[in-house]
Design a protein around this ligand. Sequence first.
Ligand SMILES: [Fe+2]
Length: 217
Amino acid sequence: MLGPILVGSPDESYSVFLGTQIADETRHTHLMLRLGAEVAGFDPEPRRMLAQAWNDSDTPHRELTLLEGELVADLLGTPMDYRRWLRAVVLFHLVTEGILALVGQRALVRTLRRLDVLPGIRTAYTAMCRDESRHIGFGTHALRVGMQEGCADDIYDVLERAIPIALRFDDRDGRRGEAYRAMCADLARKHLRTIGADPAFAEHLLGTGTTTAGSIR
Ligand SMILES: [Fe+2]
């Protein structure tokens, strides 16, 4: 999903960074394919593994994946459209990496450390967290510039669609649901502050997300 974001990059220095991010993501994908086959017991052939993972995933995962596909397809159609580029960055860098990946990876590293098991996976995830913080720093910088250039409406629109879905990701386990949502909301608030979003919008957004998540449980 990152390829079109590199192709549509509005700035040379952004392109140089995104080239390095694609290299990171390719390494992460290689790791996920290994974990899928060797730990989770999926089919080792990537295409079949993806189909199995899709069948295994719940509604919020599917909704967010479809939204990402929609935004990236939109960007692919008109790769030089800055607003479409920002919309894809909101979903990829701020929501998927900046909230979901960070919460999931941190929880996994903490649990593996506490149980003192699977040291190889712990090392791999620690390295991945390091890469992610670099990617998130880029994304929030690019979105802050986008806000200053008058594109807040597009950025807010994607957040309004994606954040309520992200807050429902842990609904399978009602016991941990509240803690999960609080971690996501904290990260979302922090990123919104960094990009210079209106504090009233942040409260409206996270209020909406919490209500939606709460009503589904
Ligand atoms: Fe990443």
